[in-house]
Design a protein around this ligand. Structure first.
Ligand code: GLY
Length: 575
């Protein structure tokens, strides 16, 4: 009897029916179409249209980036910079385009001190001295000419049209303007654009930028020279000088993007491809994920999981403070900092039941400024992909529009350690490695990232100042847990950056009992729900935009951050 059953069982196993039922679906070689997720529906739609018109993911990235520059001056623009992580499906290669701003020669550390030697925060955050030489226009030209297949003119056309015809102002734009109003209205060029009708921008009004449309047209017609030489460059130099700043023609014409080797490491069966220095994001992710890898996070209580993740964050951000900067100026021990052995050493200092106090830092906690920056993610039908994060730094950057250009300058100089050991707007500090030098790039937290497993590919990133890296970390852990793109974009967020020695959480990100358990382990937890009246505290952070390709089911999915009502993730089918 037993023998008969066994034979039956083996026979069944060998039957084609059972084999078909048990064999995993084959992996698709190409996505079924294209997917774009960005912080503004107009940008997503422009990217999808470029894909429909025969462009690849890199052409679509030019369209999305430039439209974001027009519709989100609050976050990024051609007066700023960004990082573009690319995967070229044909060659199988990943590229990292560093279009980060650089320091002008006049911007020495002394330039940011008041006569009494104290730090001049206003100069670091507002007006011409806060701005680095922009990198984004050069990034767009490089992306289109080296990686795209459509003319730059075609990919920039949606941005030019929207700048000229205008778009409806949304709530975040109007609120952001109000919060930066005093600074923005200091500058003639800014008043001409933002007070064109005599009043501050209001939600629902149509916002037009004819000068910016013309500047984008010159970029489309003349490429690099359309921005960095000729009439636009002349206006930039004159405008900066008129407001008391100092840039030179050589600094503009000498700006170059850098193609850098992306940073790669393994986590839990995923290959992570991410941002190298001058981003601090990739190194910090490698450290945190390698510290966490041996723990089966899914089996822990939420309090244990948050505790261990926070301890990894604390250690990685400490290294960020001391060791990271522009790799063209400082030697960074990449091999050591990203090695599994180094992570094991750091892990061994983590007490699984007790918070490790960060070194004492005298003085008040620095409240974090509202962050801005923007991210978009793209996959096309050939399997090319782009993760791009771009920024003017804080809300509306320096607040200064250069007259006659529509170009709102960044305030990225504040990302340098302008005064060693003095926290910047994000409360992060730095020392020599991130001191300003002529032509040097300021350390960034922008972390555009790919995750590739045997059967899934994900593209993700977010704005959020120094919290960018921990939001991307939580996104990676979410994908590794099996969440889909939309669930990853919606994940609740918590953050620790070594100093100040406190876990920050979004409103309701953690249940009260988990907060209590963390406090019992020795953590300080700053919850917006408990913020004393009058103290600024933000309830929701980030604006994560992600797309994924499930190769087993051969479906594309998009995730747009529910915290941002004007974002959109969209998909098209392959023609
Ligand atoms: N300006 C924000 C960053 O680059 O990290």
């Amino acid at each position: 009897m037993k023998m008969i059953r066994w034979t039956l069982f083996v026979g069944l196993l060998l039957s084609p029916w059972v084999q078909a039922a048990q064999a995993p679906a084959p992996l698709a070689q190409h996505p079924p179409g294209g997917a774009v997720a960005s912080a503004h529906a107009l940008a997503t739609d422009a990217g999808l249209q470029i894909l429909r018109d025969g462009g690849n993911a890199f052409d679509a990235a030019v369209a999305v980036s430039s439209v974001l520059s027009v519709v989100e001056p609050i976050s990024s623009g051609i007066g700023g910079g960004g990082f573009f992580l690319l995967h070229d499906a044909k060659t199988g290669q990943d590229h990292f385009i560093d279009a980060r701003e650089i320091a002008p020669a006049a911007a020495t550390p002394q330039a940011y001190l008041k006569p009494d030697g104290s730090f001049d925060r206003d100069r670091a955050e507002n007006g011409p001295w806060s701005a680095g030489i922009p990198g984004l226009p050069a990034g767009l030209v490089h992306l289109a000419t080296r990686h795209g297949r459509l003319p730059l003119k075609q990919s920039l056309a949606p941005a030019i049209r929207i700048a000229r015809e205008g778009f409806p102002i949304y709530a975040r734009f109007a609120r952001g303007y109000e919060s930066r109003r005093e600074v923005m209205e200091r500058y003639k060029g800014t008043r001409a654009v933002f007070l064109a009708d005599g009043d501050a921008p209001e939600e629902g009004e149509v916002f037009k930028q004819p000068d910016l449309a013309r500047t984008l047209e010159l970029l489309a017609e003349h490429g690099f020279d359309g921005f960095y030489r000729g009439p636009v460059a002349k206006k930039l130099l004159e405008g900066v000088k008129a407001e008391g700043g100092r840039w030179t023609a050589g600094e503009l014409a000498g700006y170059r993007i850098k193609e850098r080797e992306p940073l790669r490491f393994e986590y839990d069966g995923w290959q992570i491809v991410t941002a190298p220095p001058p981003s601090s994001g990739g190194i910090a992710l490698a450290q945190m994920l390698q510290m966490l890898e041996p723990w089966d996070l899914a089996k822990l209580t939420q309090a244990e999981r948050v505790h261990l993740t926070v301890e990894a964050m604390r250690r990685a951000y400490r290294d960020r403070t001391f060791f990271l900067g522009d790799p063209d100026f400082v030697k960074i021990s990449m091999r050591q900092l990203t090695s599994a052995d180094y992570a094991a050493g750091q892990r061994s200092t983590i007490n699984p039941r007790k918070a490790t106090p960060s070194d004492l830092l005298s003085g008040e906690q620095t409240p974090m400024e509202d962050e801005d920056t923007t991210h978009f993610s793209i996959i096309d039908a050939e399997g090319n992909r782009v993760a791009a994060t771009q920024t003017v730094n804080l809300l509306f950057g320096s607040g200064m529009v250069v007259p006659g250009t529509g170009v709102l300058l960044n305030n990225e100089m504040d990302d340098f350690a302008l005064k060693p050991g003095t926290p910047n707007a994000f409360g992060v500090m730095g020392y020599d490695a991130n001191a300003p030098k002529p032509g040097k790039r300021m350390l960034s937290s922008m972390t555009p990232t790919f995750m590739v497993s045997q059967d899934r590919v994900a593209v993700l990133g977010t704005p959020g100042g120094s919290r960018i890296i921990t939001m991307v970390l939580l996104g990676i852990l979410g994908y590794a847990d099996g969440l889909d793109a939309q669930a990853v974009a919606a994940l609740p967020r918590y953050h620790h950056q070594w100093m100040p020695d406190a876990i920050g959480i979004e409103r309701d990100a953690l249940p009260d009992d988990v907060v209590a358990a963390l406090r019992a382990m020795g953590h300080t937890v700053n919850s917006p729900k408990e913020a004393p009246a009058g103290r600024r505290s933000s309830d929701a952070w980030g604006n994560l935009q992600t797309v994924e390709w499930d190769r087993r089911a051969n479906v594309l999915r998009g995730g747009t951050d529910p915290r941002n009502p004007v974002g959109r993730a969209g998909m098209i089918e392959a023609p």
